[in-house]
Ligand binder design. Structure first.
Ligand SMILES: Cc1cc2nc3c(=O)[nH]c(=O)nc-3n(C[C@H](O)[C@H](O)[C@H](O)COP(=O)(O)O)c2cc1C
Length: 149
């Protein structure tokens, strides 16, 4: 049984749609428990208990959204030495190019010493059906890695 935690922030719904598609993909893997939470709601216990994590954020002013950063800020010290190597993926949306937000999410994966197991998914200028397919695939890969962890 793999437990997948998806933590995201979204004001206008783009990143939320992506998070829900990641969750759908993860649920397609048998015996997977999916916890889908905003960064403001997710806790250190969620992080410690999961077998794999997905981080999702819009680009707000060329950085990750405050809601996701709040989660990372609150959990960084209490998770030190306890989460290294956890499988991780990232997804992000932006009005323009997604390279900045995806790079920042990659950095976050590095700060926590998670193990990135798939290429990130970005949505520029809205969430297309193709992006949702990519997000479902991302969730499936994460759940497979989580159940093997
Ligand atoms: C406060 C704010 C700042 C933003 N700054 C940027 C930015 O620097 N670069 C960019 O490409 N898009 C920017 N955007 C657009 C959002 O990244 C984009 O609309 C995103 O898909 C919103 O995600 P959400 O619907 O999950 O909130 C900004 C949006 C807001 C609300």
């Amino acid at each position: 049984m793999g437990k997948v935690l998806i933590v995201y922030h979204s004001l206008s719904g783009n990143t939320k749609k992506m998070a829900e598609a990641v969750a759908e993909g993860a649920r397609s893997v048998p015996d997977t428990e999916v916890i889908l939470k905003t960064g403001l709601d997710a806790t250190i216990d969620d992080l410690l208990a999961c077998d794999g994590i997905a981080l999702g954020s819009p680009d707000y002013f060329s950085y990750m959204a405050g809601g996701l950063k709040d989660f990372l800020d609150r959990t960084y010290y209490p998770s030190q030495g306890k989460v290294a190597g956890k499988p991780a993926v990232a997804f992000g949306s932006a009005g323009g190019p997604t390279d900045k937000i995806l790079r920042i999410l990659d950095q976050a994966i590095g700060w926590f010493k998670f193990r990135k197991i798939a290429d990130s998914v970005g949505a520029s200028g809205g969430v297309s059906p193709g992006v949702l397919v990519e997000c479902r695939e991302l969730g499936k890969k994460l759940a497979e890695a989580a159940s093997a962890a």
